[in-house]
Ligand binder design. Sequence first.
Ligand SMILES: Nc1ncnc2c1ncn2[C@@H]1O[C@H](COP(=O)(O)OP(=O)(O)OP(=O)(O)O)[C@@H](O)[C@H]1O
Ligand SMILES: [Mg+2]
Length: 281
Amino acid sequence: MVQRAALVETRNVSKHFGGVDALQDVTLAVFPGEVTCVLGDNGAGKSTLIKILSGVFPPDSGELVIGGAPVHFANPRVARSYGIATVFQDLATVPLMSLWRNFFLGNEPTKGRGPFQRMDTRRAKQVMRDEMAKMGIEVRDSDQVVGTLSGGERQAVAIARAVYFGAKVLILDEPTSALGVRQSGIVLKYILQARELGRGVILITHNPHHAYPVGDRFVLLQRGRLLGSYRKEETTVEHLTEMMAGGAELKELSHELEALKDIPAMAAAARELAAEAPEGT
Ligand SMILES: Nc1ncnc2c1ncn2[C@@H]1O[C@H](COP(=O)(O)OP(=O)(O)OP(=O)(O)O)[C@@H](O)[C@H]1O
Ligand SMILES: [Mg+2]
């Protein structure tokens, strides 16, 4: 079997903040044309991992590897120069700017030379429309202010921009966490498009139901450690949910809430938790 080369790898990466082991010995590889989902509960180390991958800070130990050789990201600009683009949930777009300005954010195409050089607005709008169309979105008005788009559409603009500017690895931190079912579906569709274009995608999420349909590999983090790493055929959405929730802990919590059942809201919460906890725990 031919093993494709990874686009980027972390090898035994650790990061500590004071006494907290935010990451401990985490090894993972991202392959072209694949979606790697990083799953974990609050505080598991997901954001820390992507900050290391996007050059926000270096690991305390372990290394980042690109094309088989170790690399050092002194800052996010260096990570971007290696083709690693990160889309953060809230900082991805500028609400008061138009769609097309958001798409280029200072990298607008120009026309003319020397002192006559100026922004090629027409071309910029056309490129933005074409790129959005590739992602399956028809732009009605390129001057529309991004703040008036839905959350899912804003994410789509950020993803399309990263793909257009040559991202080989696209990192998305919780792109669906603030979105409803339909909007999440839209974002997940763009993730699949980026995969079809041969990009490596890292999808950070709490939600196995969002991860499973689009993911090729699943990496589970728990309190900074790698709990497991699976290819799609090695796992199921139920298995991922159970691993993430720590089935036994959920059951225990539902018992504790049950003890407070005279308070109606608590009884309802207990029933919900009991329903979510996996069988036999
Ligand atoms: N800059 C920092 N200073 C101190 N502690 C930090 C810092 N960043 C993260 N941590 C700690 O490291 C651990 C992992 O945090 P991280 O943000 O990576 O988790 P996460 O998996 O992204 O969680 P969430 O799902 O809530 O976003 C947490 O215990 C957090 O408190
Ligand atoms: Mg986080």
